[in-house]
Design a protein. Structure first.
Lengths: 339, 1251
């Protein structure tokens, strides 16, 4: 018994694990084996590709550039930085029914919302309604932290300060008269942004919470007066504000402005002439940017995206081609198993 | 404690420092000062016996550990980056967040260190609190104290089977002969009982001044003398020193004076930490890390320049450019400069910080598997392979040259007496070693030898030669009749065999005692014993003995049975056959070298039984049954310079002073004096040459009668030499040489050293694996060549170049000739596809010349062309020199394997040193990186574990580089779309988690567990070893880097194009990128994994699951916790979007398609041998074995057609070569079993007879 203990003392366990003999699956990648795999992947990809491509083709997109750097542009007058409260009008026509629901975007190019210092320049606590951060905003907001009178700026920081402030009105020209297309401004921001991340301080009326603070320098109106038409759409949970605060990933981006889902236009924009009235405020010359309006309808795959469908088709075909090549290889080179 | 001025304290401290540094130390007894305050103690300057091996203290752990960790360059780099992140102008992330990875890694390391240190602390405490006995003047007896209370100058008493607490100068033992046996197993792994002699010190009233040398780590040397008040000096050496950590055996009690305590003891000074070697792979890896640094700088430079250009191009001040608090913008140049550092912070992961930690973990795992391999476990000694160097496992797969010792490495070092030559007559002992004849012969000769079944039967199996037996009986009867003063040379020869050695006789009972003792001590001092387990588990072979010992717990009973020095360890376990009798039946010999034991057993076979040995006497029983007690006057111990040992005894009958010597033939032959022996010497020399050709080890025996006057004068010199403080070794050696002259030859012996099991197989396999095997031995060329043929190092058809020359000129010309011939041969177009099988045999003297700086190049050049090189008669230093020269000149990976102290130099010089835990102690094992128990284990260790470890680690490292580059490049590509501003589109926490949790475990598992080819295949086709050596090289590294670039481009730009011109926000864009990256990186690994076990599936799928669980949980809870990034609900939103999945699928497929196709095409069109081996692995085992067999035979046929390179007649190979018959076969093994059974039967019979 002692003897056994002694022997066991250093004798290694004879288990499959310690002896490295665990049953194992040893896949061997060789032409013969992968052909069915390639064929399957190829067929599946081509199928997905066709579906994507067809879906993408059904989506209509209309882009209207209104930067106004060209002399011929109706907004040329407004692009001068010295002109204030300029309104310009852009006419366009739709040849056939623009199926709804139509999404109305504004787009900016060459605008680096993903610039690191810009992205840092906000105070999440302040935006979640923390009153302490109203009086002393985070220093990440610098230089839009305090104004020249050392009053705290709310909402502080560069992101809020640079909020896009062009406004749009869309009219259909029906028999020479303008008929306004109703815009739906609800639910354009993320549900979680509106309900969880951004909160107004629980002070009524809202403007009391902003006592002793100043509006961002760039803003025409303080935060609590962003939407005079709807008291519930003010402060930090203003939908346009929320959309702007969700920084775009790439320098050329669009952001949802409104949806056209109501009234006569619930089924889409009927063919006809339209007029877009733009309150031109946002300067873009300083960064060589362009402004545009995008009208688009959406499908299950989001906006128009031909790339993905084509990519699937190409890769799918490539897989089929590869499987043919493999077949040749398979025929030409004998494999050790068969010897 | 009285107050002492700080100045006095300082002075005392300085004096203490001086006392410790002094070459000689003066120590006095503590007893007169007992009870006095510390400042009055004479030995207060010397450290106490408490030991502390911990690195840290509780309070200072954090600073000290941090200090330790900052010795690593990588840690400094990352802390530097983290600090850089605190500088506002350059920071890329939240400063605090950037500290997380380095903190986690350093905390892990600190935890590991703390745990190890705690273990050390526990074992220290256990050791320090071990009880021991210290003499107290007050109590007038030995009092029980703790080890930590022992101070220099104390008197300590140790009992049998106790461990010595400090280095003690032996003063008194309970043994009447003044002997104390100690077992040094804890120290050097040797289990021999050594005698420590008691110099004539008087205990208790000790008033001498002990002068000893400064502590050193040499376990075999100690110099001191004791000066009595009357100025009389008595010298003492290592033979009087009981070393800390040794165990007292066979001696009831011993009292010693503490000379060194605690950290100054020899065992502590020898206690070095684990060895650190840097592997070849790691050296290459570091170069590639430098490439990564260059890449990082290039990428940062691109970022910085890009930022500059981008800023320059801005026509005005756009709203997204943020000014500082003064509303002032930095100039583009300054911003670009800052951006460079921001980029370094952002892209820092490019330098694989976790790679080093991962490599360590992988190596721990690899070592676990090596140590647990049951094929490398030796039942006989109960030992596994030991991995002492923790970080060179993969070097096992890189070996190109093996340097092997012969004795004990290729051979068993279990010596069997084979033949002898006495006075010029050869006695062939034909029956010897043939176990089948055993029983018959025993009866015929009416000599009943009963061998203790506690020792290996092989060592004792000597069947006397009939002719020689008759010769002896005749000689004895005649000498008995005449009673003449002149002894018969035959009797003298066997007397010399029995006497001239240092073999200690121990009783079977004493050995049994050792068993129980070992067990008891194991319970008490777990650490000490488990440090080195008893090597000979044959001791444990009898259950009954152990059980009996349970009824007889070791009790310290002083002097109860002090009859003889060998039985003092009182308690006799009642053995099976009644009372223990001091007959030859119970004798067992403890020899320091197996040769000696073999000789003693041989003498015993002829009736000359060594009955007992004390320092002053040797008892031998003659065939007639008469016991002779020889007084031993002096022993001139063996040393490697003299190559001989002598013992000076006084014959009890003739009262002559007789010097018996034995030694190597060349060391003895030139000392022969009497000219009439010329013919005998010539005959003997011829026999010796013949023995050597058979591969036997030879020894010569001589005798010399010393006149009384000569002895007297010599003895004075000898005493003076022994007491000398300086040059003691040289002086004693000189005296030995003085006496060893004019010897008269008695005869010579041939001892066989059998080849170990599986040696020829292993050598053939290693050679097929493309490894050159060299043998470096101290033996004669003839012996070495024969062993070479026996173990298939040399083949019959080989061209053997024999180099043995007397001067440099001859050496040069031979070298040039050989080189010329080799070159001509290899340049010959007819020999393109045949490799010449040239072997080189070179002797030590020629080797010295060949290794001289002017011939070195030529020698190495020649050796490169040789398949095998045999170096004979080489010294330990030459061995290491050969290894170093080959290693440096040829730039190859070398492995040295050996078992003895003479191989230590070589083992340390090679890239990998392997020790064989065999018969010759543990010095080689202590110096080695890996320790195995048989040479044959080398085959699996290298061919299987070496291949696996290397392939796994190489692939893991390549993958690690790939992984980091592929991931970090995503961030880099994004810089082109964010104005090179250092934005990360992935939440920083998720980035950290990505590296720390989501993708860290799979590569580690890959590095530990991947198995490209089965062990059977690797062993069956050794050629695969060579094929597997190049996995990690410049090409594979850069291919994986290019692949990483390609994959990162795909992973970034497919989602980029898909999301272009949409309303996607920064982190919603980053989330699919992160997910795609995870899938790509894990699936990339899946392509690389060769064998999927359950563990693989669990870990890979687990990593994916953890990614989603952690990311979803984090995105679900973190609302404002990590500004500016804000992943709240993003993955949830994405996972509700079909586009997310579509993009993930296509991107992953496109990213992996090239690598996948590459693998498929490579495996199909041009499968490498490794791939073919994998194909074969998938076959069922029987078909596979069949294939291997066929392939082998095909290869063998190819080798047979060898070109006729003429074999020049070599002088040493003229005799027909006999291949030793002892190659291991099935019959050999059954033969062993047979002898074992036979001996058991014999024992039983003899026991009955005795009743």
């Amino acid at each position: 018994m002692v003897k056994q203990e002694q022997e066991i003392a250093s004798r290694p366990d004879n288990t499959a694990f310690t002896q490295q003999r665990l049953p194992a699956w040893q896949p061997m990648l060789s032409a013969g084996i992968v052909i069915p795999g390639f064929v399957l992947i190829g067929l599946a990809f081509i199928g997905i590709g066709v579906a994507l491509f067809v879906t993408s083709q059904s989506i209509t997109v209309m882009e209207l550039d209104y930067t106004g750097v060209e002399r011929t542009s109706p907004c040329f007058r407004c692009s001068d930085p010295n002109v204030k409260n300029c309104v310009c009008q852009l006419d366009f026509s739709i040849a056939s029914l623009f199926k709804g629901p139509v999404f109305f975007y504004y787009g900016l190019t060459n605008y680096f919302q993903n610039y690191r210092r810009y992205g840092v320049s906000k105070d999440d606590d302040q935006l979640s309604g923390d009153l302490d951060s109203f009086t002393s905003p985070s220093d990440t907001c610098s230089p839009y932290e305090y104004d020249s009178n050392n009053k705290p700026i709310v909402p502080c920081g560069s992101v809020a300060n640079s909020m896009f402030n062009d406004t749009f009105k869309l009219y259909q020209i029906v028999n020479g008269t303008k008929k306004q297309v109703p815009f739906d401004g609800k639910g354009i921001a993320w549900w979680t942004d509106y309900n969880v991340k951004y909160r107004n301080p629980s002070v009524t009326p809202l403007r009391d919470a902003f006592n002793g603070t100043v509006k961002p320098l760039f803003w025409p109106r303080p935060a609590y007066e962003l939407d005079p038409s709807d008291p519930a759409n003010n402060g930090f949970i203003n939908q346009d504000f929320l959309v702007w605060m969700r920084r775009a990933a790439l320098p050329d981006f669009r952001k949802l402005y409104r949806r056209i889902t109501e009234g006569d236009y619930a089924q889409g924009l009927p063919a006809g002439n339209y007029s877009l009235e733009i309150a031109y405020n946002y300067p873009v010359l300083s960064f060589d940017g362009r402004k545009k309006v995008v009208l688009s309808n959406v499908s299950w795959m989001g906006g128009k995206n031909e790339f993905l469908g084509i990519a699937y088709l190409v890769i799918g075909s490539l897989c089929i081609v590869m499987s043919i090549i493999m077949l040749i290889v398979y025929a030409k080179f004998k494999f050790p198993e068969e010897e | 404690m009285t107050w002492r001025s700080p100045l006095a304290l300082l002075r005392d401290a300085l004096r203490g420092q001086r006392a410790r540094e002094k070459e000689l130390r003066n120590l006095v007894s503590n007893l007169p000062y007992e009870g006095l305050e510390k400042g009055k103690q004479p030995n207060r300057h010397f450290p106490g016996n408490a030991i502390k091996t911990t690195k840290y203290t509780l309070l200072l752990f954090i600073p000290m550990n941090l200090f330790e960790q900052f010795h690593r360059l990588a840690n400094i780099y990352f802390v530097g980056l983290a600090i850089l992140n605190f500088v506002p102008v350059v920071n890329a992330f939240q400063p605090e967040v950037a500290l997380i990875p380095i903190c986690i890694i350093m905390a892990l390391t600190a935890l590991k260190d703390a745990w190890e240190d705690f273990r050390r602390y526990q074992s220290d405490r256990k050791l320090n609190n071990t009880p021991c006995l210290i003499y107290s003047r007050k109590e007038k007896q030995f009092m029980e104290r703790r080890w930590k209370d022992v101070r220099v100058g104390d008197f300590v008493k140790v009992f049998c089977n106790e461990i010595v607490p400090a280095d003690l100068l032996l003063l008194h033992t309970s043994d009447p002969n003044g002997v104390c046996h100690i077992e040094t197993a804890n120290l050097d792994g040797e289990t021999n009982l050594k005698q420590r002699r008691d110099p004539e010190f008087k205990p208790e009233s000790f008033d001498s001044l002990v002068v000893c040398e400064r502590p050193n780590n040499n376990l075999n040397h100690f110099k001191c003398y004791a000066e009595k008040p009357d100025k009389e000096k008595v010298g003492a050496g290592i033979e009087s020193l009981l070393l800390r950590g040794c165990t007292v055996r066979n001696t009831d009690t011993a009292v010693g004076f503490v000379v060194y305590a605690g950290h100054e003891t020899k065992s502590m000074l020898n206690n070095n930490g684990p060895r650190y070697k840097r592997s070849k792979l790691e050296r290459k890896l570091n170069i590639d890390v430098i490439f990564c640094v260059i890449l990082l700088f290039a990428m940062c430079l691109v970022g910085s320049l890009g930022h500059f250009v981008w800023l320059q191009k801005q026509p005005g001040v756009p709203p997204y450019l943020v000014a500082d608090s003064n509303g002032h913008l930095d100039s583009p140049g300054l911003s670009a400069f800052y951006m460079f550092f921001t980029m370094i912070i952002l892209l820092q992961v490019l330098i694989p910080i976790s790679l080093y930690v991962s490599i360590e973990l992988v190596k721990i795992g690899q070592i676990f598997f090596i140590a647990n391999d049951i094929d490398l476990y030796d039942e006989e000694t109960d030992s596994r392979v030991q991995c002492k160097a923790l970080n060179i496992t993969e070097d096992l797969g890189q070996i190109e040259y093996i340097f092997s010792d012969k004795t004990g490495t290729l051979t068993e070092n279990k010596m069997v007496f084979r033949r002898c030559s006495i006075m010029g007559t050869e006695y062939a002992h034909k029956e010897n070693g043939n176990p089948l004849h055993c029983a018959i012969l025993f009866k015929q000769n009416e000599l009943t030898f009963v061998y203790s079944n506690l020792t290996n039967p092989r060592e004792t199996e000597v069947i006397p030669d009939r002719k020689l037996l008759q010769q002896i009986s005749r000689a004895e009867s005649s000498s008995g009749r005449s009673g003449s003063r002149e002894m018969d040379p035959y009797l003298e020869f066997f007397l010399a065999l029995a006497i001239c050695n240092t073999v200690v006789v121990s009783m079977a009972t004493a050995q049994r005692r050792r068993v129980s003792a070992a067990l008891n001590i194991k319970l008490l001092y777990d650490k000490q014993v488990s440090f080195r387990k008893p090597k000979r588990n044959r001791i444990f072979s009898e259950d009954s003995v152990i059980e009996e010992d349970h009824f007889n717990p070791p009790v310290k009973t002083e002097g109860s049975g002090a009859i003889s020095g060998l039985q003092t360890c009182s308690l006799h376990a009642p053995s099976q056959d009644g009372k223990p009798a001091t007959t030859s039946d119970n004798l067992s010999y403890e020899a320091e070298s197996p040769d000696e034991a073999a000789l003693v057993y041989a003498a015993k076979a002829y009736g000359f039984t060594l009955m007992g040995r004390t320092p002053n006497s040797v008892t031998v029983s003659l065939p007639s049954g008469k016991e002779l007690v020889f007084e031993v006057l002096d022993t001139l111990a063996f040393d490697s310079v003299r190559k001989r040992m002598s013992i000076l005894v006084r014959h009890p009958i003739t009262k002559e002073y007789v010097l018996y010597s034995k030694g190597a033939d060349y060391a003895i032959m030139e000392l022969l004096g009497t000219p009439y022996q010329k013919s005998i010497a010539a005959d003997t020399q011829r026999h010796l040459d013949c023995y050597a050709r058979e591969g036997l080890r030879t020894l010569c025996f001589t005798k010399k009668v010393v006149s009384e006057k000569e002895y007297e004068s010599w003895s004075v010199n000898r005493q003076r030499a022994l007491a000398a403080m300086e040059n003691r070794e040289e002086l004693t050696m000189d005296t030995a040489v003085q006496l060893e002259t004019n010897l008269s030859l008695l005869g010579a012996t041939g001892i066989e050293d059998r080849l170990q099991e599986g040696v020829p197989d292993t050598i053939v396999a290693l050679r097929e694996a493309g490894i050159q095997v060299w043998v470096l031995t101290g033996d004669k060329p003839e012996t070495a060549v024969n062993i070479g043929y026996a173990c298939r190092l040399l083949e019959e058809e080989d061209l053997v170049i024999n180099m043995s020359c007397k001067n440099t000129l001859a050496c040069t010309s031979i070298l040039d000739c050989a080189l010329e011939e080799v070159r001509r041969y290899s340049n010959d177009p007819r020999n393109v596809d045949t490799t010449p099988d040239i072997s080189l045999v070179i002797d030590g003297r020629t080797l010295t010349m060949a290794l001289s700086s002017d011939l070195q190049e030529r020698f190495v050049d020649l050796a490169k062309h040789c398949r095998t090189v045999l170096c004979c008669r080489v010294t330990p230093l030459q061995k290491s020199r050969v290894v170093k020269v080959v290693r440096e000149k040829l730039k190859v990976m070398t492995l040295a394997i050996g078992d003895g102290a003479n191989d230590v130099n070589m083992i340390q010089a090679a890239d990998i040193g392997i020790g064989i835990s065999g018969q010759e102690g543990m010095q080689a094992v202590m110096a080695s990186d890996f320790a195995i128990s048989h040479f044959k284990h080398l085959k699996k260790l290298l061919l299987v574990h070496g291949h696996w470890c290397y392939t796994r680690l190489a692939n893991m490292i390549i993958y690690f580089f790939y992984k980091n580059v592929a991931y970090v490049n995503l961030l880099f590509w994004y810089q082109f779309f964010c104005g090179f501003s250092g934005t990360a589109m992935i939440d920083y926490w998720l980035m950290i988690f990505f590296n720390l949790f989501f993708t860290s475990v799979p590569p580690i598992m890959f590095g530990i567990m991947d198995k490209d080819i089965s062990a059977e295949m690797l062993l069956g086709v050794p050629e695969l070893y060579r094929m597997g050596q190049g996995e990690y090289n410049f090409k594979t590294f850069w291919i994986s880097m290019l692949d990483a670039f390609y994959q990162s481009l795909v992973c970034f730009f497919i989602p980029y194009i898909a999301y272009r011109d949409s309303d996607i926000d920064v982190f919603t864009f980053g989330t699919p990128l992160n997910t795609i990256s995870l899938f790509t990186i894990l699936l990339h690994l899946s392509i690389e994994i060769k064998a999927w076990t359950v563990v693989h599936w669990v870990i890979i799928l687990g990593s994916v699951a953890i990614f989603f669980i952690v990311t979803l949980a984090y995105s679900g809870t973190c609302i404002t916790c990590n500004p500016p990034s804000n992943p709240y609900w993003i993955l949830q939103t994405q996972m509700a979007d079909p586009m997310f999945y579509l993009i993930c699928v296509i991107t992953t497929v496109v990213a992996l398609l090239p690598r996948y196709i590459f693998h498929v095409l490579r495996n199909s069109i041009a499968p490498s041998p490794l791939v073919q081996a994998r194909h074969l692995d998938k076959l069922d085992p029987s078909t596979r074995n069949q294939w291997i067999k066929e392939w082998r035979s095909f290869r063998g046929g190819g080798q047979g057609k060898r070109s006729g390179l003429s074999t020049p007649p070599s002088p040493t190979l003229e005799m027909p070569v006999e291949i030793l018959p002892q190659s291991p076969t099935a019959s050999d093994i059954t033969g062993d079993e047979f002898t074992l059974n036979l001996h058991k039967g014999q024992t039983g019979q003899s026991q009955k007879n005795r009743h």
